[in-house]
Design a protein around this ligand. Sequence first.
Ligand code: R5P
Length: 294
Amino acid sequence: MKSLVIGGSNSHHLAKRVASRLRLPYSELFADNFPDGELRIRFEEGLSKKRVIIVNSMMPNPNNSLIELVFAVNTAKELGAGRVVVVAPYLAYMRQDKRFHQGECVSARIMAKLLNSADQVIAVDPHLHRIKSLKEIFSTKAISITADPVLAQYIHKNHPESIIIGPDEESSQWARTIADSINHEAMILSKKRWSATKIRTIIHGDGKKFINRDVVIVDDIISTGHTMFDPIRQLKKFRAKRITCICVHGVFTLNALHVLRKLGVRVISTNTVQNSVAKIDVSPLIAKALSNTF
Ligand code: R5P
């Protein structure tokens, strides 16, 4: 079956890279809005009997991006695609994985239902916490791949003597795994969160170990940045020499990037979400995952 890579609005750059790594043709999904705000999409290439790989990150504008994907998958099917694969470098709504307050929507489950019309979904480091595997929410084939290898490579090359910190227990799957893979020291902190912006972090053990050290804080998502702020302040008190925040998904809401820079730290993310610090490329991982399914 012939394959075609389609870049959705948020992921032209990454989709092009994936296509070029796989030596596949690439086309952009046309998307604009009617005057009333409704979305209009259009495929510019024939899709009949092809394996159509739609790459679109669900950040920024998670609601619009989800609708764009739902429309794209269903339209591709109507246009006779042989197989439709969704690559969501950032899969939104995964943090809304339980009914936190009475009457609330468990958005992760409903988001998955909306994408089940695809034949396959591939996501990079979806936020799996209470939901342990994408299989729990998707009825279609859903695969999660991790950016750990490219993050580890980056840290090993640019921060060879660093100590790696996970800012909360959930981040252990990135921070600890990466540290172990490159033989770096790691420390996982405890986090108490009262609201999106009210967070306290506990550093366990002796803070003296950070004196004059290169410290890399690793998490899956930086959104408001508040998960990073408290550890940064404490590490500065312990006179760490250099602090770098590295994440898979640079969501950066509420001016987070600006505030982090003002705190004097470097910030780096992968290109699952396109932004000015997206320096770590996940296209090799996506291309590999796709080629395993051909
Ligand atoms: C939650 O547990 C995630 O792993 C991140 O720590 C969190 O989403 C980061 O959000 P924020 O930057 O808003 O603190």
